[in-house]
Design a protein around this ligand. Sequence first.
Ligand SMILES: [Zn+2]
Length: 374
Amino acid sequence: MAKVSDILGIINKIAPPGLAETWDNVGLQLGDPSADVSRVMVALDATPAVIQSAIDSSCQLLVTHHPLIFKAQKSISAATPQGRQIHTAIRNGLSVISMHTNYDIATGGLNDVLAELLGLDRCVPLQITSEQELAKLVVFVPQEQLDNVRTALFPHAVCLGAYRDCSFSAPGEGTFTPLEGARPFIGTVGEREILAEQRLELLIERTNLPRAIKALLASHPYEEPAYDLYPLLNEGTKRGLGRMGHLPQSLTLADFAAQVATVLDTPGLRFVGDPGAVIRTVALCSGSGASLIRAAVRLGADVLVTGDVKYHDARDAEDSGLALIDAGHFSTEIIMVTTVQRQLQQKLSEAGFTDCTVTACTVETDPFRITARQ
Ligand SMILES: [Zn+2]
């Protein structure tokens, strides 16, 4: 059965914690990493209603977007609303994991999901937060074990565009003399060995090196595998907040805003700009993205789709000739629930945890309601 730590490992692959903003608090918020999990619920917020729903659905793990614990706590008193939630979760054996800005930034994460829903293509990050640092791992492997070692390393290797399992190997000769105390896989103590080996090379993201080396040592037959690590100057993939992409065909701002409202299933939304303005290049940032107005202007976007826009942000965009669509924090982020549910369920079954069910929370609603004038 899957443990909380197994699922955290899978979530860390979907949304690597190293991508999170420094002010953020992602990962295990509370719970026991060694606890068994047969049911997981995914939600946007760990509200009292969501925690109760997870408990009523016999879930042992709740995965949320917004962190349950954001600031350092000096006490956890059940007399406060947040303290009560933490007490309720712990009393009912419910662990909580949050994937926040790491999921916003991750490839295939929330902003990519939003970009796909809006029909954008050729997307790039709106504001770069990190660039992949690459290393080359070179390891010398006996011919017969080449495929074993290569296969063990592939999950840790860098994808080149839409290509995974990228490696190179070339044949050569290795030499060694086992010394007293050695327990050689091949050869005899005191006798020089010359044997056919393959030089296997892979590109690895530097933050992934510890995991790759662990996999290398576990799969390599030698007592002392010989391997080299080279730092590289190659440009890695740039990752960042928000996305900018292109519509397949131009729309007026009014038509595009209506399309956004439909796609995100909102009862209404606010927009800034001339309704007849032509929209082709679209910047977006799920949640609160008004801080990216300058980046959107700089990159030449026609419109920024986000939430939580304040009056002076709207004026700033208006003065800069950038249209703005405020579709709401909730509507631009609630879309993560079904996507993470699907991604997590698939990765769990790929990892062999077929008895673990992931459900999407259905009790969440936008705290803001919209009324028409009377
Ligand atoms: Zn948010």
